[in-house]
Structures are given as structure tokens and as C-alpha cells.
Design a protein around this ligand. Structure first.
Ligand code: URA
Length: 237
């Protein structure tokens, strides 16, 4: 492993924001080679240095965090043909890259791909479900009644849906919908509950506080910036 800044190392191994990592280092819970007053910008390499948190040895595994603009026609899975992994070199699947959550085969837009199971688990857990905003185009116009119904919720899988925010756009067949949960086909089922609207286009715009980089064409991806990763970590609940 090459040397990395201690605050980055702590943020990555403990899956906390860089700011929280700095606070943990200042609190004296982190030691490096017995030094209980290390600094955030000290460089560490855990194949040489012994980094302890509350007395436990930490090990660095460099995770991968990617923003993908998912194209239509691929499934959000890792096994088999026609998955989003087909957009990546085999080295990424060898490292265990997987989609953080699911978009339907015909849904496009923001999909986070990562090797960080702990972060994905927290972002997707029903307790801390990260907020997501979608752009939708339907076959019929949205109305104020739909705004009310989505806010009040409908019965889905035996439970009431969490309040969804429907913002009708200039063309009333189009809208932005924000959810704080992720039931199977939730947007399509909510729209259908609103006088049987069929969704013609569904695109995810945001996830856990980060927005789709509109410079990415369908099928293109890039690594998350440090700022985006910090935001995701802060949104993991
Ligand atoms: N809701 C849907 O209906 N489909 C998706 O892909 C995501 C949310």
C-alpha cells in the first residue's frame, strides 16, 4: 500500500466523513505506532505502520466509488449477461464492484457502483433510506390531486408508502418525484395509482445528496469526487 493521509485512511477504514475522521483523530482514539496525538495530514502505510482505533488494528482496503449514468436496457445486477457490469473492464468485477441499489432495466440515470459493502448496506437500509429524486414523463398530465395522494401515500405491499414529493414541471406530463424509500417499481406504481398513469421515461437525478453529472452520456461513468463521497457518507444515516 502507498502512503495515504491519516484522515483519508480513517475515513475509508471506518466509513465516516473526512470531517468526522479529523474529529476522531483529535479525540485521541486513533494512534499511529503508539503515538496517540497523530495529525490528520500525517502519512501512513498500514503494511509498515500500526494504526489503532480504540486499541483495535485497522486495515486499509481501497474501495472504488463510481457514478454511472445507467443506460436503458441493462439490469442492475452483477451476474449473467446484460448487466451494468458489462460497461466496466473485468478488473472491476474482480475487485467486487456492484450496483448500490437497483434501477429497472428501462430506467436511466444515476447509479452508484462501489466495492464498499458497508456503505451500500447503510445507504440502502430501510432505516436510513437515502433520498432519491427521479424525473418522470407519463402518458397523462399530473394534477394537484396527485401531489396530495403521493404525499399522503398509498398501500403498497401491505404498507403505506412514505410521503413522496411530486413537483409538476412546465409540461404537466412531466415531474420530479422525491422518495425516501425504495420499494419495487415504486415510482411506476405510484404513478399508476394516480389515475393509471403509465411511465414513459424514468431517470434518476439524485441519490443520497449527490446529483447525476449531466456531462456523462448514457453508459458513461466516472469516479466520485472526495466531496461527493463525503456527502454520501453523511447521508448514510
Ligand atoms: N421506481 C421505479 O418504478 N423504477 C425504478 O427503476 C426506480 C424507482
Amino acid at each position: 500500500m502507498t502512503k495515504v493521509r491519516l484522515d483519508k485512511y480513517i475515513s475509508s477504514t471506518l466509513v465516516v466523513s473526512r470531517k468526522d475522521a479529523v474529529s476522531l483523530i483529535k479525540s485521541g482514539r486513533v494512534s499511529v505506532n503508539g503515538n496517540v496525538k497523530p495529525k490528520g495530514d500525517d502519512k501512513v502505510d498500514d503494511s509498515i505502520d500500526e494504526v489503532l482505533f480504540d486499541g483495535q488494528k485497522l486495515t486499509f482496503a481501497e474501495n472504488i466509488y463510481i457514478m454511472l449514468n445507467k443506460p436503458r436496457g441493462l439490469i442492475s445486477a452483477t451476474d449473467g449477461q446484460g448487466t451494468v457490469l458489462s460497461l466496466f473492464d473485468k478488473a472491476f468485477s474482480d475487485k467486487g464492484l456492484f450496483p448500490c441499489g437497483r434501477l429497472d432495466k428501462d430506467t436511466v440515470g444515476l447509479l452508484i457502483m462501489t466495492t464498499d459493502g458497508a456503505l451500500a448496506h447503510r445507504l440502502l437500509s430501510p432505516k436510513h433510506h437515502a433520498e432519491k429524486t427521479y424525473y418522470v414523463e407519463c402518458d397523462k398530465e399530473f394534477t394537484q390531486d396527485d401531489v396530495t395522494l403521493m404525499k399522503e401515500g398509498i398501500m403498497m405491499d401491505g404498507k403505506k408508502t412514505q410521503p413522496a414529493v411530486l413537483e409538476i414541471l412546465d409540461d404537466p406530463k412531466t415531474a420530479r418525484i422525491t422518495l425516501t424509500e425504495g420499494k419495487y417499481h415504486e415510482i411506476k406504481r405510484l404513478c399508476y395509482a394516480c389515475r393509471q398513469k403509465e411511465v414513459l421515461l424514468l431517470k434518476r437525478l439524485t441519490f443520497g445528496g449527490i446529483s447525476l453529472d449531466e456531462s456523462l452520456s448514457a453508459g458513461e461513468w466516472r469516479e466520485l469526487t472526495d466531496e461527493e463521497l463525503t456527502i454520501l457518507r453523511q447521508n448514510q444515516g
